[in-house]
Design a binder for this molecule. Structure first.
Ligand SMILES: *Cc1c(COP(=O)(O)O)cnc(C)c1O
Length: 464
């Protein structure tokens, strides 16, 4: 498979190149040149396969020829062997037609492990024998950072620098990052908020003097390999609920539009998906875009679902590209307009194309809490607040297909919010039980370009 940029003006890369590059050189995002499809029979043949084998069948067309099927199987076996549940992403029933897809059985208790455990191994594999070490720089509001650090700790040829807003991530989230003491892991607590940390990272990638000295890469969901790994669980769940004979609907707690875009890819590949419900919290830019074509930034309101507190959803660009005839030049103009005014209108083709598959809903904290109680009272399930937002939107959707809400985090990761609603304090799983006894290591830095780049330059390995 070859990969092209959504803005049409960057080198065409193979899977290895797209994985290591992260963002495209023209500011766009890499997408496959065409969507591979699976026939009804091929989808039916997934029934009964375990998660790793499903992953190999779904991802093989995207990774060839960079990886053979056997290589892919070996990496998936390692990545998903670290999950605490044998099914990797098990389904739980809530009601006669409501289901949860539990994506939080990985090492850091959020769905980001499903993708990043594999991406960490892909980086290591593609860097073997290379003399140029990779410098991964990212900003996190919590879940991405811990998942990326766990996946990259101790991997040869990679240094990771993760910026988090000092004092503004939960204790569990911070400790999941700062107690990883591998020498290639560098935690930076920025004296500022998440947007400030994110802006610093973007500035580093854009600064030719800094970016030229290191081989920089990104692990946020602009990385194609992450989205690809997330396509697998849509197939895995839908086949268990009757696909391809029966269509299935999914409700996805959404921030950067990565997870739900993976559902779109599954649909393009031939999986019968009745609906993709895009569930946002009160930070509802995506709901406004999908319901009225208005994609415009406001200010971010902090909520109990911090992983969905976003202004701009980077991956939405991939959908806009695909729905607008894959016209990179047109999209580059549309995005340039957005970047200068912080607002844009979807074209008719984009709005109409999206409405065939997507429904959206913004969920406030009252409805989130009601959904959390509904699952607790009627199915004895404790949900994290992000998942509860997804469930609230799922319950509001009217349709005939079985509805699967993606459970994106373990409730213990957001224990305070869960306890306030249900009165129950979810216990941390045994496998992370000693988190609060481990030694922490991180550096606190002022939110300035010079402070952060000096710190990184003093520790990262320069280009060969
Ligand atoms: C990252 C995250 C989300 C949002 O996922 P996107 O791919 O950014 O839309 C939702 N819930 C949790 C718990 C997360 O960590």
């Amino acid at each position: 498979m070859r990969y092209i940029s959504t803005r049409g003006n960057a080198p065409v890369l193979d899977f290895e190149g797209a994985t290591l590059a992260g963002l495209a050189a023209d500011g766009g995002l890499y997408v496959p040149e065409s969507w591979p499809t699976m026939t009804r029979d091929q989808i039916a043949a997934l029934a009964g396969l375990d998660y790793v084998e499903t992953a190999v069948r779904v991802m093989a067309p995207f990774v060839t020829p960079s990886l053979s099927e056997d290589d892919l199987r070996a990496l998936c076996t390692l990545a998903y062997g670290r999950f605490a549940h044998r099914a990797v992403t098990p389904l739980t029933q809530l009601d006669h037609d409501q289901w949860l897809l539990e994506l939080f059985h990985g090492p850091t208790l959020a769905f980001k492990d499903v993708a990043l455990q594999l991406v960490g191994l892909l980086f290591e594999r593609f860097l073997t024998g290379s003399t140029e070490p990779l410098t991964v720089i990212g900003a996190t509001s919590g879940d991405t950072g811990s998942a990326a650090i766990d996946a990259l700790a101790g991997r040869a040829g990679v240094d990771i620098f993760m910026l988090h807003p000092h004092g503004r991530v939960s204790d569990v989230q911070r400790r999941q990052m700062t107690t990883v003491l591998a020498p290639n892991v560098h935690n930076i607590a920025i004296e500022g908020d998440f947007d400030t940390a994110q802006a610093l990272v973007k500035a580093m990638f854009r600064d030719p003097a800094f970016a030229g000295r290191f081989r920089l890469s990104a692990v946020n969901s602009i990385n194609w390999a992450r989205l690809m790994a997330q396509v697998v669980y849509y197939f895995y769940a839908a086949v268990r609920l009757g696909a391809p004979e029966r269509a299935v609907a999914f409700s996805v707690p959404t921030g950067n539009f990565g997870d739900v875009f993976a559902g779109y890819v599954a649909s393009r590949m031939g999986l019968p998906i009745e609906r993709l419900v895009v569930a946002t919290n009160v930070n509802d830019i995506l709901h406004r875009a999908l319901s009225s074509g208005d994609y415009s930034c406001g200010t971010v309101t902090p909520t109990v679902t911090p992983s969905m507190d976003i202004q701009v959803s980077s991956n939405f660009e991939r959908l806009l590209f695909d729905l607008n005839g894959r016209d990179g030049a047109a999209l580059a103009m549309q995005m340039a307009g957005f970047e200068s005014t912080r607002a844009m209108r979807l074209t008719n083709a984009q709005s109409e194309g999206a409405s065939g598959l997507f429904t959206s809903m913004a969920v406030d904290e009252v409805d989130m809490a009601a959904a959390m109680r509904w699952a607790h009272d009627g199915a004895d399930q404790i949900l994290d607040p992000h998942t509860a937002i997804g469930l609230a939107a799922a319950l509001a959707h009217k349709g005939d297909a079985p509805m699967v809400t993606l459970a994106t985090a373990h409730p213990a990761k957001f224990g305070d919010a869960v306890e306030r609603v249900t009165g129950v304090r979810p216990a941390l799983p045994v496998r992370v039980g000693d988190l609060f006894d481990r030694e922490e290591r991180f550096d606190v830095l002022p939110a300035t370009f010079d402070a952060v780049t000096d710190f990184i330059a003093g520790r990262a390995q320069p280009r060969g």
